[in-house]
Each structure stands twice: as C-alpha cells, then as structure tokens.
Write a protein of this length. Structure first.
Length: 111
C-alpha cells in the first residue's frame, strides 16, 4: 500500500482534529476519552496525524487555535479492533512510524 492508496474518512479526520485540539489545548474531550476508555495509547494516532498534515498542511493549526472550526465529533470506528486495523494500515504507508506505534499496539494502555 502506498500513500495514495490510504485515505482517512471524513469521520476519521474529524476525530483526529478533535484529538489534536484536545492535546494541544490540554483538555480532556471526547477523542481522548474514547481512547482512554478503550485502553488505547495516544501514539496510535501518529499515522493519521501525519496523513492530515500531508493533506492539510498547516491548516490543522487553525482548528487547534479556533475550536469553533472543528467539525462535528464522531467516533468513526465500530470497535477498538476496527480502529487498530486502520492503525496497521497506516503503518504500511508510514513504516518509519513503526518504532513509535508498534509498542502501543502490544501494550494496549493509555497515555
């Protein structure tokens, strides 16, 4: 799989935008809550974040600074297992992130 074959859905992009806003603004919100409730380490989103930066450039900063620009929050995956499957797909596209993400896949704990 190459980067042109991997795309985040609109719902996944919304989730990542909320996660970025929550982490940069040091607040617990629905994205962080979902990850924590499912025992998922925050590093697992690294591939999704890379994809967003490649597609949006620095536009993601606007959503962090202006929360009114955030899309509606949704949980795009039907289960943590579905989420982890998408994380594994992101590793096929961004193999350099494997050292960061693979331990989190095995640990299954929150940040």
């Amino acid at each position: 799989m190459n980067v042109n074959d991997f795309h985040l859905t609109a719902e996944e992009q919304a989730f990542v935008s909320h996660f970025n806003s929550e982490t940069f603004n040091h607040r617990l919100g629905p994205a962080i809550s979902w990850l924590n409730a499912n025992g998922l380490h925050w590093n697992l989103l690294a591939g999704f974040q890379r994809w967003m930066v490649e597609k949006e450039g620095l536009a993601f900063l606007e959503k962090i600074e202006h929360e009114d620009l955030l899309p509606k929050f949704v949980i795009p995956w039907s289960s943590p297992e579905t989420f982890l499957s998408r994380v594994r797909e992101s590793l096929e596209v961004y193999p350099d992130l494997r050292p960061l993400i693979r331990p989190a896949l095995k640990m299954g704990i929150s940040a």
